[in-house]
Design a protein around this ligand. Structure first.
Ligand SMILES: [Zn+2]
Length: 209
């Protein structure tokens, strides 16, 4: 029987965001704290209390535990090409927050994303087609800004699609998950956007200001 009541959290949403910012600072400054992962394996053998859920792309360069310098058991990492929302993603985020007690959802896109570029060029291939179609709402918004240059060759257009795709994912989470919206209304959980730069390793938390 799953207990859906939210457990008391040691980490507030603000502190969770701060931990991630500090972790990325360590990552880009080569000051990694989490080198002895076997210690955290031992500390978490009887259970997990991750403080945040990072929802991001599957890109091999954007592993959340690495770019935020986190150990075993610190964060949930939910990943899918193009960080698009599916029912499975929503269920995973609901588990992370309502069941396991994570106090922050970070929706993280990244620069030079193959899925975003594929959507920009309307790639059709197997199951990728239906996955990339989930980027269409962002594509339409960005195309309105760059009607004559709406291709992956236009880096400004790709950046706009990336940003709008993150915003769309955030609104999907809020509109489709009563559980998460309720937790956010009660200020037990926060949701925040971010863009990871594959050229520098830096996570930009401020690109939506
Ligand atoms: Zn990607």
């Amino acid at each position: 029987m799953i207990d859906y009541s939210v457990k008391p959290k040691a980490v507030t949403p603000d502190d969770a965001l701060l931990r991630l910012k500090e972790g990325n600072f360590r990552f880009i400054n080569n000051m990694l704290q989490h080198k002895d992962l076997l210690t955290s394996v031992d500390q978490t053998k009887d259970g997990q209390t991750p403080y945040a859920a990072i929802f991001s792309c599957m890109d091999s360069r954007t592993s959340a535990e690495l770019v935020f310098d986190q150990g075993v058991g610190d964060i949930f990492s939910i990943r899918i090409a193009g960080n698009v929302i599916t029912d499975g993603v929503l269920g995973s985020l609901e588990y992370a927050t309502a069941v396991a007690g994570a106090s922050l959802i970070l929706v993280m896109g990244h620069t030079n994303c193959g899925a975003i570029k594929g959507a920009c060029d309307h790639v059709k291939a197997g199951h990728l087609s239906s996955l990339l179609e989930r980027i269409d709402p962002a594509l339409e918004r960005a195309t309105a800004l760059f009607p004559d240059k709406a291709t992956s060759a236009n880096s400004d257009f790709v950046a706009a699609v990336t940003k709008f795709n993150i915003e769309h994912a955030m609104s999907e989470i809020l509109n489709r998950s009563d559980m998460i919206r309720d937790l956010i209304d009660k200020k037990k959980v926060a949701i925040a956007p971010a863009v990871y730069d594959v050229a520098t390793g830096k996570v930009n938390f401020n690109s939506f200001d």
